[in-house]
Design a protein around this ligand. Structure first.
Ligand code: ADP
Length: 266
């Protein structure tokens, strides 16, 4: 299983948002997309699942160009956990996760025994089975996020895309969701691509990081390779110290001060 992104460019009207983005990711790998606000993280995820059509370049799954796939085929291969899931109707959790089966069902959308078994397994994996009869509108942020991940899993995707999956969660639920994403990536051999604002969490859970600056790949590699004071200074305009946590051994980014661009003549 391999996802290849080759020379991907995108513009909103005439404004460039992505420029020749190229990278590869294999099954079982968790890639974090980092970069400041407006650097193109969400646009990149949207181009991967073709919510947006790139201006140039290609997205290949095991060598097959996804531009030739139907929406249904795309949904069978890629599950998206969006940043804001605007479900305002009080569907039950079971109904929401069953929606993930639509790409596999015929036009009548009748649930088979297999659909029901997969939905149950998705609920179990995300520890949401006990919430099945509850309306989605009455859940906490952490519960809701796990349900949205369950819906993506019910699609039986080989590629999982997550847009800021922890942004509205408290620290307990941030860890819970990322532990889940990490475990699913390992156990199912998923290709997982996740955008994140939290450099410390990204360093802890991701195998590699891709750092975007103004729509271009500025750095790509292990957290150690990407999260350097020089890269953070250049891309985030912040002086930062990088250390290693004594217990977990993971990298810690300690922002010290913003850089005064006027003084630096930028
Ligand atoms: P990020 O997710 O890193 O914050 P985005 O992908 O949302 O960045 O945005 C990248 C750039 O594209 C930004 O300059 C942003 O203002 C612009 N942009 C995003 N969405 C739109 C849109 N719908 N119309 C026009 N410009 C947009």
């Amino acid at each position: 299983m391999k996802l290849e992104i080759r020379g991907l460019s995108f513009r909103y009207n005439s404004i460039p948002a992505l420029e020749k983005v190229t990278f590869e990711i294999a099954g079982g790998e968790l890639l974090g997309i980092i970069g400041p606000n407006g650097s193109g993280k969400t646009t990149l995820l949207r181009c991967l699942n073709r919510t947006l059509s790139p201006l140039a370049g290609a997205v290949l799954v095991d060598g097959h160009d996804v531009a030739h796939w139907s929406r249904q085929e795309l949904a069978r291969q890629m599950g998206l956990v969006p940043q804001n899931t605007a479900i305002t109707f009080p569907f039950t959790v079971l109904e929401v996760v069953m929606m993930g089966r639509h790409p596999h069902q015929g036009i009548l959308g009748v649930a088979s025994e297999r659909d029901i078994a997969i939905v149950k397994e998705s609920l179990r994996q995300t520890n949401t089975l006990h919430l099945a009869a509850r309306p989605i509108t009455g859940l906490s942020g952490g519960e809701r996020q796990r349900v949205i991940i369950a819906r993506a899993l019910a699609q039986e995707p080989r590629i999982l895309l997550l847009d800021e999956p922890t942004s509205h969660l408290d620290i307990n639920h941030q860890l819970e969701v990322l532990e889940l994403v990490r475990r699913l990536t390992n156990e199912r051999g998923l290709v997982t691509v996740m955008t994140s604002h939290d450099l410390n969490l990204a360093a802890r859970y991701c195998d590699r990081l891709l750092m975007l600056e103004k729509g271009q790949v500025y750095a790509l590699g292990t957290p150690e390779e990407v999260l350097t004071p020089a890269n953070i200074r250049r891309v985030y305009r912040v002086e930062a110290e990088i250390c290693r946590h004594p217990a977990t051994g993971t990298l810690q980014v300690l922002p010290l001060a913003p850089i005064d661009d006027a003084q630096e003549g930028r």
